[in-house]
Ligand binder design. Sequence first.
Ligand code: NAD
Ligand code: GLY
Length: 364
Amino acid sequence: MESLTVELGARSYPILIGDGLIRDIGAHVAPLLKRPRTMIVTDTHVAEHYLTPLGTSLAMENISFSSFVLEPGEGTKSWAGLARLTEWLIGEGVERGDHVIALGGGVIGDLVGFACSIVKRGCHFIQVPTTLLAQVDSSVGGKTAINVPAGKNLIGAFHQPTLVVIDPTTLETLPRRELGAGYAEVVKYGLIDDAGFFGWCEANGAALLAGDSEARHRAIAHSVAAKARIVAADERETQDIRALLNLGHSFGHALEAETGYSDRLLHGEAVAAGMVLAHQFSAANGLCSADDAARVRDHLASVDLPHSLASAGVNSDGATLAGHMAHDKKVRGGKLPLILTHGIGQSFVTEAYGLDAVAAFLDG
Ligand code: NAD
Ligand code: GLY
């Protein structure tokens, strides 16, 4: 088992990574609990595979638990989902000192984290991520949220978990398409500030996606260490450090909006195409070489991820896409900070380019 810490002073917490950990989780949870009781929240897909092993492990430590199984999908990360969950937690007699377990992907993690930030003015929660996206990104860092009709993740809070337990073997039941979407976020860490890791992805990405457990473990450990470092440096995204994690997200957000935030384009798939567009926009503005932009496109294409507007299934004009970007929640003082790059592993935040320039580029 590998262990690292997200260093946030009194709110620091460990991240444990190990094959089969879900079956030993009770021993890691028990020391945190003020009373031998917890509540597990998950979705039906995940419950089918992992609720019993997790529950058995808790029972072995004499921890009693109840469970709440929600419908899978973004629709659960909603006012209605939040109401159901918070009312269930209150009905279960949740106390401020309790630790609720979020077992699932980013939908469950974001919803449970937000519910735990507000129920009884806040209780603790533990992340047990079961998608690659959640294992390398959403389970770490304390961003929690629900979606509302005006947009995704617009209502939420920063609320850090008390423990993150990553069992990479849970990815064996994850659909290949979801695995690919999570892999885009792995590649992102290389493109942000670690050219060596991008090279590693070029050499090992296909094996990881084919199920190579050593490659999977290495990618998760490396990504999570990068995320922990970035979150420790800029927990609330006030210093243009954590903002780098949004590489590809502004362009990707436009693609997701245009495809209706639907199964037509998963979040990670939109990020993949968005990262290519961010590199191509940088190259078009003389910031990075065309060769670097081509390298990013070629790698993502080689693992069957969207790498252009067309392969993302979008044929809208630039003004329409830039219009979606104008509604991004990262807009500040009317300007959208873009994450651009001087080359692979050399990303930076800038407000130097207006959305008219982005629209013209997208039409080109
Ligand atoms: P998800 O939670 O919807 O999971 C994807 C699908 O896989 C679901 O159908 C789920 O039931 C299923 N699933 C999960 N684990 C499984 C497993 N091991 N075996 C079989 N099926 C499994 O999607 P996601 O990609 O994990 O998360 C997306 C969400 O994460 C979005 O709402 C996004 O906004 C959010 N997000 C949050 C952050 C953050 O920092 N908080 C970062 C990135 C994304
Ligand atoms: N996934 C972006 C962040 O955690 O900041």
